[in-house]
Design a protein around this ligand. Structure first.
Ligand code: PRP
Length: 194
Protein backbone atom coordinates (compact mmCIF):
# COMPACT_ATOMS: atom_id res chain seq x y z
CA UNK A 1 0.00 0.00 0.00
CA UNK A 2 1.59 3.31 -1.00
CA UNK A 3 2.13 5.64 1.96
CA UNK A 4 2.38 8.97 0.17
CA UNK A 5 -0.05 11.75 1.01
CA UNK A 6 -2.90 12.71 -1.29
CA UNK A 7 -1.37 14.07 -4.48
CA UNK A 8 -2.67 17.29 -5.93
CA UNK A 9 -4.41 16.52 -9.16
CA UNK A 10 -2.06 17.96 -11.69
CA UNK A 11 -2.22 17.44 -15.39
CA UNK A 12 0.02 18.59 -18.19
CA UNK A 13 -2.23 21.59 -18.76
CA UNK A 14 -0.88 24.79 -20.30
CA UNK A 15 -1.74 28.36 -19.28
CA UNK A 16 -5.14 29.09 -20.85
CA UNK A 17 -3.81 31.91 -23.05
CA UNK A 18 -1.56 29.41 -24.86
CA UNK A 19 -4.46 27.38 -26.26
CA UNK A 20 -4.81 28.31 -29.90
CA UNK A 21 -8.35 28.89 -31.13
CA UNK A 22 -9.54 29.80 -34.61
CA UNK A 23 -12.90 30.95 -33.22
CA UNK A 24 -12.97 33.37 -30.26
CA UNK A 25 -14.07 32.00 -26.89
CA UNK A 26 -17.00 34.03 -25.59
CA UNK A 27 -16.77 32.79 -22.01
CA UNK A 28 -15.54 30.05 -19.76
CA UNK A 29 -18.53 28.32 -18.21
CA UNK A 30 -16.71 25.83 -15.98
CA UNK A 31 -13.04 26.24 -15.18
CA UNK A 32 -10.45 23.55 -14.53
CA UNK A 33 -10.55 23.86 -10.73
CA UNK A 34 -14.34 23.49 -10.62
CA UNK A 35 -14.12 20.44 -12.92
CA UNK A 36 -11.47 18.83 -10.71
CA UNK A 37 -13.44 19.44 -7.52
CA UNK A 38 -16.72 18.10 -8.85
CA UNK A 39 -15.11 15.05 -10.47
CA UNK A 40 -13.47 14.12 -7.17
CA UNK A 41 -16.89 14.30 -5.51
CA UNK A 42 -18.42 12.11 -8.22
CA UNK A 43 -15.55 9.64 -7.84
CA UNK A 44 -16.27 9.35 -4.13
CA UNK A 45 -20.00 8.80 -4.67
CA UNK A 46 -19.35 6.17 -7.33
CA UNK A 47 -16.76 4.38 -5.18
CA UNK A 48 -19.18 4.27 -2.23
CA UNK A 49 -22.01 2.95 -4.36
CA UNK A 50 -20.07 0.15 -6.08
CA UNK A 51 -17.77 -0.89 -3.21
CA UNK A 52 -17.48 -4.70 -3.08
CA UNK A 53 -18.43 -5.02 -6.75
CA UNK A 54 -16.38 -4.67 -9.92
CA UNK A 55 -18.12 -2.06 -12.05
CA UNK A 56 -17.46 -1.57 -15.74
CA UNK A 57 -17.11 2.11 -16.61
CA UNK A 58 -18.09 2.63 -20.24
CA UNK A 59 -16.94 5.76 -21.99
CA UNK A 60 -18.90 6.99 -24.97
CA UNK A 61 -16.42 8.15 -27.55
CA UNK A 62 -15.25 10.49 -28.52
CA UNK A 63 -16.55 13.22 -26.21
CA UNK A 64 -16.61 11.09 -23.06
CA UNK A 65 -12.96 10.11 -23.12
CA UNK A 66 -11.47 13.10 -21.31
CA UNK A 67 -14.05 12.85 -18.54
CA UNK A 68 -13.51 9.10 -18.17
CA UNK A 69 -9.75 9.39 -17.78
CA UNK A 70 -10.17 11.91 -14.97
CA UNK A 71 -13.19 10.23 -13.36
CA UNK A 72 -11.52 6.80 -13.20
CA UNK A 73 -8.62 8.31 -11.25
CA UNK A 74 -11.12 9.78 -8.79
CA UNK A 75 -12.69 6.33 -8.29
CA UNK A 76 -10.80 4.53 -5.53
CA UNK A 77 -12.23 1.02 -5.95
CA UNK A 78 -11.03 -1.51 -8.54
CA UNK A 79 -13.00 -1.35 -11.77
CA UNK A 80 -12.81 -2.11 -15.46
CA UNK A 81 -13.19 0.27 -18.38
CA UNK A 82 -14.43 -0.12 -21.93
CA UNK A 83 -15.42 2.12 -24.82
CA UNK A 84 -18.04 2.43 -27.47
CA UNK A 85 -18.60 5.01 -30.09
CA UNK A 86 -21.83 6.60 -31.19
CA UNK A 87 -22.48 9.60 -33.29
CA UNK A 88 -25.42 11.93 -33.60
CA UNK A 89 -24.06 15.38 -34.35
CA UNK A 90 -22.16 14.69 -37.58
CA UNK A 91 -19.66 17.48 -36.90
CA UNK A 92 -22.04 20.42 -36.56
CA UNK A 93 -23.85 22.25 -33.81
CA UNK A 94 -27.22 20.54 -34.08
CA UNK A 95 -28.13 16.95 -33.34
CA UNK A 96 -29.02 15.02 -36.49
CA UNK A 97 -31.55 13.12 -34.35
CA UNK A 98 -30.23 9.85 -35.75
CA UNK A 99 -27.91 7.90 -33.48
CA UNK A 100 -25.47 5.44 -35.04
CA UNK A 101 -23.34 2.80 -33.33
CA UNK A 102 -19.91 3.28 -34.87
CA UNK A 103 -17.99 0.86 -32.65
CA UNK A 104 -19.21 -1.61 -30.00
CA UNK A 105 -17.85 -2.65 -26.60
CA UNK A 106 -15.07 -5.19 -26.42
CA UNK A 107 -16.61 -6.85 -23.34
CA UNK A 108 -19.82 -8.70 -22.53
CA UNK A 109 -21.92 -6.72 -20.05
CA UNK A 110 -24.27 -9.56 -19.10
CA UNK A 111 -24.40 -9.74 -15.27
CA UNK A 112 -22.05 -6.76 -14.99
CA UNK A 113 -22.58 -3.51 -13.10
CA UNK A 114 -22.29 -0.99 -15.91
CA UNK A 115 -21.79 2.74 -15.49
CA UNK A 116 -22.09 4.79 -18.68
CA UNK A 117 -19.80 7.81 -18.64
CA UNK A 118 -21.00 10.63 -20.90
CA UNK A 119 -19.67 14.12 -21.40
CA UNK A 120 -23.07 15.73 -22.04
CA UNK A 121 -26.76 14.88 -22.16
CA UNK A 122 -28.42 17.36 -24.48
CA UNK A 123 -31.62 16.17 -26.22
CA UNK A 124 -31.18 12.80 -24.46
CA UNK A 125 -31.57 10.94 -27.78
CA UNK A 126 -28.09 9.40 -27.67
CA UNK A 127 -28.41 8.11 -24.14
CA UNK A 128 -31.96 6.92 -24.60
CA UNK A 129 -30.90 4.89 -27.66
CA UNK A 130 -27.87 3.49 -25.88
CA UNK A 131 -29.70 2.51 -22.70
CA UNK A 132 -32.22 0.54 -24.77
CA UNK A 133 -29.44 -1.23 -26.69
CA UNK A 134 -27.52 -2.14 -23.54
CA UNK A 135 -30.52 -3.25 -21.45
CA UNK A 136 -31.12 -6.03 -24.00
CA UNK A 137 -27.73 -7.49 -22.98
CA UNK A 138 -28.99 -7.95 -19.39
CA UNK A 139 -26.43 -6.19 -17.22
CA UNK A 140 -26.90 -6.57 -13.42
CA UNK A 141 -27.27 -2.82 -13.25
CA UNK A 142 -27.02 0.07 -15.66
CA UNK A 143 -26.39 3.59 -14.42
CA UNK A 144 -25.39 6.88 -15.99
CA UNK A 145 -22.76 9.41 -15.01
CA UNK A 146 -22.82 12.59 -17.08
CA UNK A 147 -20.52 15.55 -16.63
CA UNK A 148 -23.00 18.04 -18.12
CA UNK A 149 -26.74 18.14 -18.63
CA UNK A 150 -28.89 20.64 -20.52
CA UNK A 151 -32.33 19.85 -19.16
CA UNK A 152 -33.81 22.73 -21.20
CA UNK A 153 -32.86 20.95 -24.44
CA UNK A 154 -34.25 17.54 -23.53
CA UNK A 155 -36.48 15.78 -26.09
CA UNK A 156 -36.74 12.46 -24.23
CA UNK A 157 -36.48 11.76 -20.52
CA UNK A 158 -33.33 9.97 -19.38
CA UNK A 159 -32.29 9.30 -15.81
CA UNK A 160 -28.86 10.59 -14.82
CA UNK A 161 -27.61 8.92 -11.64
CA UNK A 162 -24.46 11.01 -11.21
CA UNK A 163 -24.38 14.54 -12.64
CA UNK A 164 -21.48 16.96 -12.67
CA UNK A 165 -23.16 20.20 -13.70
CA UNK A 166 -26.50 21.42 -15.01
CA UNK A 167 -25.80 24.00 -17.74
CA UNK A 168 -27.89 26.43 -19.83
CA UNK A 169 -28.85 25.55 -23.40
CA UNK A 170 -25.70 26.96 -25.00
CA UNK A 171 -23.29 25.24 -27.37
CA UNK A 172 -20.26 24.32 -25.26
CA UNK A 173 -16.83 22.98 -26.15
CA UNK A 174 -13.73 21.77 -24.33
CA UNK A 175 -12.86 18.92 -22.01
CA UNK A 176 -13.81 16.36 -24.68
CA UNK A 177 -16.59 18.35 -26.35
CA UNK A 178 -15.96 19.52 -29.88
CA UNK A 179 -17.02 21.92 -32.56
CA UNK A 180 -16.23 20.38 -35.95
CA UNK A 181 -13.97 17.91 -34.10
CA UNK A 182 -11.84 20.70 -32.64
CA UNK A 183 -11.33 22.08 -29.11
CA UNK A 184 -11.67 18.76 -27.27
CA UNK A 185 -8.23 19.54 -25.79
CA UNK A 186 -9.29 22.62 -23.84
CA UNK A 187 -8.99 22.07 -20.08
CA UNK A 188 -12.28 23.88 -19.37
CA UNK A 189 -15.86 24.04 -20.63
CA UNK A 190 -16.39 27.18 -22.68
CA UNK A 191 -18.85 28.88 -24.99
CA UNK A 192 -17.52 29.76 -28.43
CA UNK A 193 -18.42 33.03 -30.12
CA UNK A 194 -20.02 31.43 -33.19
C1 PRP B 1 -22.34 14.27 -28.23
C2 PRP B 1 -22.08 13.91 -26.79
C3 PRP B 1 -23.19 12.94 -26.47
C4 PRP B 1 -24.31 13.41 -27.37
C5 PRP B 1 -25.34 14.11 -26.54
O1 PRP B 1 -21.77 13.30 -29.06
O2 PRP B 1 -20.81 13.31 -26.61
O3 PRP B 1 -22.84 11.61 -26.77
O4 PRP B 1 -23.75 14.28 -28.34
O5 PRP B 1 -26.36 14.67 -27.35
P1 PRP B 1 -27.89 14.28 -27.25
O6 PRP B 1 -28.27 14.19 -25.80
O7 PRP B 1 -28.57 15.42 -27.96
O8 PRP B 1 -28.11 12.98 -27.96
P2 PRP B 1 -21.50 13.50 -30.62
O9 PRP B 1 -22.55 12.79 -31.40
O10 PRP B 1 -21.30 14.95 -30.91
O11 PRP B 1 -20.16 12.69 -30.85
P3 PRP B 1 -18.72 12.88 -30.15
O12 PRP B 1 -18.85 12.39 -28.72
O13 PRP B 1 -17.82 12.02 -30.96
O14 PRP B 1 -18.36 14.34 -30.20
Amino acid sequence: MPTDTTPRIQRPVRPLAEYELDVPMRSILIGTDALNKRILELGREISDHYRGRLPLLVSILKGGVVFLTDLMRAVSIPHHIDFLQLSSYAGGKESSGTVRLLSDLGTSITNRDVLLVEDIVDTGLTLSYLLKQLEIREPSSLRVCALLSKTEARKVHVQIDYLGFEIPDQFVVGYGLDFQEKYRNLPYIGVLDL
